[in-house]
Design a binder for this molecule. Structure first.
Ligand code: CUA
Length: 122
């Protein structure tokens, strides 16, 4: 009887652990760094994102109001940002510098000003 109880406990614990594992938020693997960004007419928050050269980065971007775009021409990055979901943009900067990003989906009167900057430090 005790054996069965122990076995049941072990199985239950395993199931709980597995469940907890699966329920974890999508954590970056390895040493990726996740940075949350919010897009909203007509700006991004934060507007300046500082990362380290060689550091794998995940930008977890949420739009609050529109399908904004996210484009970093010099890094060859672009994504659509449909509202109501988190869009993940992955990259590993290979050189230090300042790289402007911008919204490339027309989103209204302030569209042209919707921009920001990624600063890659050594
Ligand atoms: Cu946001 Cu154009």
């Amino acid at each position: 009887m005790n054996k069965i109880r122990t076995l049941t406990t072990v199985l239950l614990s395993s199931a709980l652990l597995a469940g907890a594992w699966a329920a974890r938020p999508q954590q970056a693997s390895g040493d990726e760094v996740t940075i949350k960004v919010v897009a909203q007419r007509f700006h991004y928050t934060p507007e300046e994102i500082t990362v380290k050269k060689g550091q794998a980065v995940v930008l977890a971007i949420t739009s609050l109001d529109f399908v904004h775009g996210f484009k970093v021409p010099e890094l060859g990055i672009r994504a659509d940002l449909p509202p109501g979901k988190v869009t993940e943009v992955r990259f590993t900067p290979q050189k230090a510098g300042k790289f402007d990003f911008l919204c490339d989906n027309f989103c209204g009167s302030g569209h042209e000003e919707m921009s920001g900057r990624i600063v890659v430090v050594d």
